[in-house]
Design a protein around this ligand. Structure first.
Ligand code: GLY
Length: 332
């Protein structure tokens, strides 16, 4: 996978049309909940061959759904020149990207994320996939999108839960990559949240992620830091049976990772309490309702193989294996 990571800070559908000028076969795949957005993009593009709505949920993020999407591409005569344009949140871009990676041994795709979480994380960097038996993203492929288009209006009208999920991933990126942006974002989020202010931070987070992925697209090393909060987070999501959404679980997971960092002597005492106060000030519930035994059982099936992203401090991530005994120290 040697494609660049392209982020377009767009202003209107005219910018989407400009980015796709010269395409001959565009297949829009959208979350049914953003059908109006998909329709407005479709009318602005001359080469749209089909508009395909998919229902999105963690339960439906499966191989069957990805194969169904490939079948619909086949029925609509998508050739190897086709480009899939995914419009929706992270579940949509993960399924559409994964289907694009399989269809006719791989066709191109591009993302227009419509949630904060997808804008700052899921729709960037080419990780695509689906769940298996309730375990996150166990089947997947690295397949880099042609671009990720950050639309200005994507954040307006997002449900509060969606905003909270996106904020957790955004703060995660700042915690691993930009201590100044972290402090500035916390200051904004603890006061009046303005959409324009949030958009600037979302774009900054997207750019930080893009820089990391450019250096390590296949996660041979550095890219793993983007998984801060995810080893705990995936286990929390799994234990909750899907009731706790991905971003919410990542927020809780980050605080557990900070506690673990302290208990291993990596971070100074007080880091976890500070992050907890910051996150709560930003409106995030970071209490974890599960004990370590439950979490550890779910972690065994995760792809992270016992590896955790920990913090030496804000902006200083470190990836390391942690023993079961050490794990017990950070949670009840
Ligand atoms: N969500 C983490 C990554 O894309 O590497």
């Amino acid at each position: 996978m040697n494609k660049d990571v392209v982020i377009i800070r767009g202003e209107s559908v005219a910018d989407v049309a400009a980015a796709l000028a010269g395409e001959s076969e565009i297949f829009i795949v959208h979350d049914v909940n953003v059908a109006a957005t998909a329709a407005s993009v479709a009318v602005a593009l001359p080469a749209v061959k089909a508009v395909i709505g998919i229902e999105t949920s963690e339960e439906r993020k499966t191989m069957e759904t990805a194969v169904e999407l490939c079948e619909r591409l086949l029925e609509a005569d998508a050739s190897r020149r086709a480009l899939v344009l995914a419009i929706g949140g992270g579940i949509t871009t993960d399924i559409a990207g994964f289907s694009a990676s399989m269809y006719k041994r791989g066709i191109r795709y591009a993302n227009i994320p419509t949630t904060l979480l997808a804008q700052v994380d899921a729709a960037i960097g080419g990780k695509t996939g689906v769940n298996l038996h309730g375990y996150k993203n166990m089947l997947g492929a690295f397949h880099m999108p042609e671009f990720t288009f950050l639309a200005p209006d994507a954040l307006a009208g997002l449900p509060a839960k969606e905003v909270r999920c996106g904020l957790a991933e955004m703060l995660k990126t700042f915690l691993i990559g930009d201590a100044d942006a972290y402090a500035a974002a916390i200051s904004l989020l603890s006061g009046t949240k303005t959409l324009s202010g949030l958009r600037d931070f979302a774009v900054r987070a997207a750019e930080i992620k893009a820089e990391i992925v450019r250096r390590d697209p296949l996660e041979h090393g550095e890219r793993a830091v983007l998984n801060l909060g995810h080893t705990f987070g995936h286990a929390i999501e799994h234990c909750s049976g899907g009731k706790i959404a991905h971003g919410e679980a990542v927020g809780k997971g980050i605080i557990l990772a900070a506690k673990l960092s302290e208990s291993l002597g990596l971070a100074e005492k007080g880091l976890a309490a500070r992050l907890k106060a910051d996150f709560e000030g930003a409106g995030l519930d970071v209490e974890c309702p599960f004990g370590i035994k439950e979490l550890a059982a779910a972690m065994k099936k995760d792809k992270k193989d016992g590896k955790f992203v920990l913090l030496r401090g804000i902006g200083k991530p470190v990836v390391m294996e942690v023993s079961g005994d050490d794990l017990c120290k950070c949670t009840k």
